[in-house]
Design a binder for this molecule. Structure first.
Ligand code: ZN
Ligand code: ZN
Length: 309
């Protein structure tokens, strides 16, 4: 009798403890405040006609709780699937592509569990939007990836022949990432691998200045994927942007120093410790330079600051 009750209590504990731990992993738990950043904003001399546009290609339906610790389940957020077009006199760049025309087919290649918790709406693809405005595709020098996950590369096949710019770590991840990078291998695209030949930039140890004028500077910020990057864009009017990719899904991840909840980071992040480190560093940058616009890849509010084509 007593033994039976003990067994039931143990079974109950074995059920409740993991549930309590899971629930706790959604609670706010700000990462330690970073040391103040000594570096000034690096100089940039962008040509007068450098310009930035958003190309929204769809949304996934999520909640703030899914994006960062302390976010509410009742706070419904449509995650932006948005590409950015950087116009530059020496050749335009797309930062990611968002959803492509064939996103339904791409989605079917994702694991069952992911599909079970994901619903999305498809908009016009980046290529369709560019074509609709009569955009001259020969102006496009490349597609610069923040990283090679499906929702960032689904539009690549609609730009045949346009180089896809990645660093060596992400290039390797494309080949070796299994289902995580299956969509990035369709074609396959023409990859063009760049190096971080430049020096330190805002405390990141290395950098790649695409045109040598400070208008588009890429820094390594691995963790979410091995070759994840942050793309800093400077306009002639002085505005600065940081496209942080999926370092954080919503800007509170950085401004409140809240990482993804355990379930999300276990599923999405290759190296959560590195994500944490880069998140805290990016928080230091955001605190020091409040004029810098943070653009997490899936934060619709952040893209709201950019004009559409
Ligand atoms: Zn991602
Ligand atoms: Zn993403």
């Amino acid at each position: 009798m007593i033994r039976g009750r003990t067994r039931r209590l143990v079974a109950l504990a074995l059920t409740l403890v993991p549930l309590a731990l899971l629930a706790n992993s959604f609670r706010a738990a700000p990462l330690l405040a970073p040391a103040p950043l000594p570096d000034p904003l690096p100089p940039a001399s962008p040509p007068a006609d450098v310009a930035l546009f958003q190309l929204p290609t769809g949304v996934t339906h999520r909640s703030a709780a899914f994006a960062y610790r302390g976010g509410s389940f009742r706070d419904a957020r449509d995650f932006a699937m948005t590409a950015a077009l950087v116009k530059h006199p020496r050749g335009d760049l797309l930062v990611d592509t968002g959803f492509g025309r064939d996103v339904d087919t791409h989605f079917q290649r994702m694991p069952f569990l992911f599909r079970a918790i994901t619903s999305y709406e498809q908009g016009r693809s980046a290529a369709e939007q560019l074509d609709a405005t009569g955009y001259d595709r020969t102006r496009l020098r490349g597609i610069l990836l923040t990283h090679a996950h499906w929702d960032h590369v689904s539009g690549i096949p609609e730009f045949p022949g346009v180089p896809v710019l990645v660093n060596a770590d992400e290039r390797r991840f494309v080949d070796e990432g299994g289902w995580r990078t299956a969509i990035a291998r369709i074609g396959p695209p023409r990859f063009d691998t760049y190096a971080f030949e430049g020096g330190a930039y805002l405390g990141f140890p290395r950098s790649h200045d695409v045109y040598g004028d400070g208008s588009i500077v890429v820094v390594p910020a691995s963790g979410h994927t091995p070759g994840s990057v942050i793309v800093f864009v400077a306009l002639a009017n002085g505005h600065r942007y940081a496209f942080v990719g999926d370092l954080a899904w919503q800007r509170e991840g950085i401004t409140e120093r809240e990482e993804r909840p355990w379930l999300a980071r276990t599923f999405a992040d290759g190296d959560p410790d590195q994500v944490r480190e880069n998140l805290v560093h990016m928080a230091a940058i955001a605190t020091r330079f409040p004029e810098l616009t943070l653009v997490p890849a899936h934060d619709a509010r952040a893209f709201g600051a950019l004009p559409t084509l």
